[in-house]
Design a protein. Sequence first.
Length: 326
Amino acid sequence: MDSNVRPESMERITTPELAKAFIDEQVKEIREQVGNDRVLLALSGGVDSSVVAALLIKAIGTQLTCVHVNHGLLRKGEPEQVIEVFKNQMGADLIYVDAVDRFLDLLKDVKDPETKRKIIGKEFIEVFAEEARKLEGVKYLAQGTIYPDILESHGIKAHHNVGGLPEDLKFELCEPVKLLYKDEVRMVGKELGLPDNMVYRQPFPGPGLGVRCVGAITRDRLEAVRESDAILREEFANAGLAGQVWQYFTVIPDVTSTGIKDGKRTDDWMVIIRAVNSVDATSATVPEIPYELLFKIRERIFAEVNGVNRVLYDLSTKPLATIEFE
């Protein structure tokens, strides 16, 4: 039987008991596959790679080496959370790579969205390959491939993919959740003890905030995206919307407008709030957010985010618009 085809008899993981049974089975299979060899994983902090990391730590401990690359395009607090959860709490062998300057220098003055994506993807592989070459005895590459990835692309997801590694770094694959759907992966992550804000993390583009800092990325505007996004997520959580709205984030295009502050004219950015509901991202609707909440978010952004003089709410559905701006 094709190992990439989910058996019809495979029961959906819908309860903690079924998640535990899956974990026990995978721990056994991972140990049989890996033996005493070492495994390498690019740990982004996303749901899939985090669940794979936790599963492998449970199965083989420090035979797993995780590499977390901070390219400067992650949301506020995410690199710190990866270190806290996996290194401090789970005792993982975690390599943290601060590549912020390296990525942002390459992205300077680059406006085209596709060019930005290619730069980010190519440089990620370069950084990961450099770290992999420093290690000895690695035989396996673990990846957070899940079943929809196989169905849609007959392979491994592009934005987490390190399958494009150079010829001198060809490893055997270890993909313990490749027959699971996203909701099942979350159930397994919950059973493995991962924090809710990691297990139920919103969909996040591979290039990260790079596609939400529209146009050529500047460090100050990128930081404004990061800070305004954190405010939005915090206020939605406080209002009980975290589990009700499918995805929400902020965008700052490379456009300024006239404003007034302390009696003087300003020329500052606008923050666009984007919130959508969707099942599979092929279409999306826009939820009605109470004005009282939007006003609160607006006032916090004005008070806490530098260089902003307007806050807008995006009412566009998909189609005609896409969910992301780039």
